[in-house]
Design a protein around this ligand. Structure first.
Ligand SMILES: Cc1cc2nc3c(=O)[nH]c(=O)nc-3n(C[C@H](O)[C@H](O)[C@H](O)COP(=O)(O)O)c2cc1C
Length: 303
């Protein structure tokens, strides 16, 4: 009898241990499921991979490798010869195929890593931009190289698709410290950016920012300069070149100085206070904004 009770007790303990373990495992598996950022990288010889892994760790991002359908062998990368990589870089139409399917929909921020090949990004990065829709997402490039900087590739990527939000990015060496990686992640996560400057017809104002995804993406576009047109005697507006993520709602009341996004690409500065039935995504507010008059205005916005 005693034996039976002991056996039942053992079974109960075993049951709860197993259930407990699987709940814990589920927790671990889902640890990154709320992640909004991903490190997406291509690396032919493993250098960029090492930096990608460190950026993923510091930014608590998911990490996905861009795998070429045809892997680059040593001879494909011998840039002193007529190798495959050189031929691709010299062929404006080359779009090396990507083997893996990549789910970018759930991410707002993409750290995009690649080696520099002949001063720019490998062509497989263009295949990536052709294949997936990065509109409204913030792309933060990073690279490794023998010495070349990242700016040539960033210019090329911006020219390739001018609708995309692409930060200036950074070149890394393997010898770069964890602090350098943290700083890169911190700057690009817009930590501490609570306000930015707006120069309206040359006069400086402060925009106190909201904390939302619209603002994060907007900051990544900076610096910007626009001519903003007059509308209705109460607002100045401009259609910005890229769409931003939205969180629109009807504020019911507009205050003079409110900076809003109408739709996903119309930036509005209100200079009158009134009630509204329209919906906007809030960006921020300028204190003590004067009446901006009937003319269009020149606006520079910077951190
Ligand atoms: C085809 C080819 C072209 C390259 N062109 C450049 C270049 O223009 N400037 C540079 O500094 N490094 C250049 N490199 C060196 C790579 O950028 C560097 O080794 C990089 O760290 C490799 O990254 P990975 O190991 O992730 O592939 C080139 C390498 C290859 C294979």
């Amino acid at each position: 009898m005693k034996k039976n009770v002991l056996l039942i007790l053992l079974v109960i303990i075993l049951f709860f241990t197993i259930v407990g373990c699987s709940v814990q495992k589920e927790k671990n598996d889902n640890a990154n499921s709320n992640n909004k950022s991903v490190v997406l990288y291509f690396s032919a010889t493993g250098t960029t991979k090492k930096i990608a892994e460190r950026i993923a760790r510091e930014s608590k991002s998911d990490i996905i490798k861009i795998i070429p359908e045809e892997e680059y062998k040593k001879e494909d990368l011998n840039y002193n010869s007529d190798c495959r990589a050189n031929r691709e870089q010299n062929d404006s139409k080359a779009r090396p195929k990507i083997k893996n399917k990549i789910d970018i929909n759930k991410y707002d921020t993409i750290y995009l890593g690649y080696p520099i090949w002949w001063g720019t990004n490998p062509k497989i990065i263009l295949t990536l931009l052709d294949t997936y829709d990065f509109t409204g997402k913030t792309i933060i490039p990073f690279c490794t190289s023998g010495g070349s900087g990242i700016s040539g590739s960033v210019d090329d990527l911006r020219k390739y698709n001018s609708n995309l939000i692409i930060n200036d990015g950074k070149r890394f060496s393997l010898s770069d410290s964890d602090e350098a990686i943290r700083e890169f992640v911190g700057v690009n996560m817009n930590e501490e950016v609570k306000n930015i400057k707006a120069f309206i017809n040359g006069k400086e104002y402060i925009i106190n920012l909201e904390d939302n995804e619209t603002v994060k993406s907007f900051i990544n576009m900076l610096p910007v300069e626009f001519n903003m047109s007059e509308l209705n005697g109460n607002e100045k507006y401009v259609y910005i070149p890229s769409s931003l993520p939205t969180n629109s709602s009807n504020p019911k009341h507009i205050n003079s100085g409110d900076v809003m996004l109408y739709g996903d690409n119309c930036l509005v500065i209100f200079y009158k206070t009134f009630d509204t039935s329209y919906s906007y995504s809030k960006i921020g507010h300028i204190n003590n904004l004067p009446d901006l008059g009937k003319e269009s205005i020149n606006v520079k916005i910077d951190k």
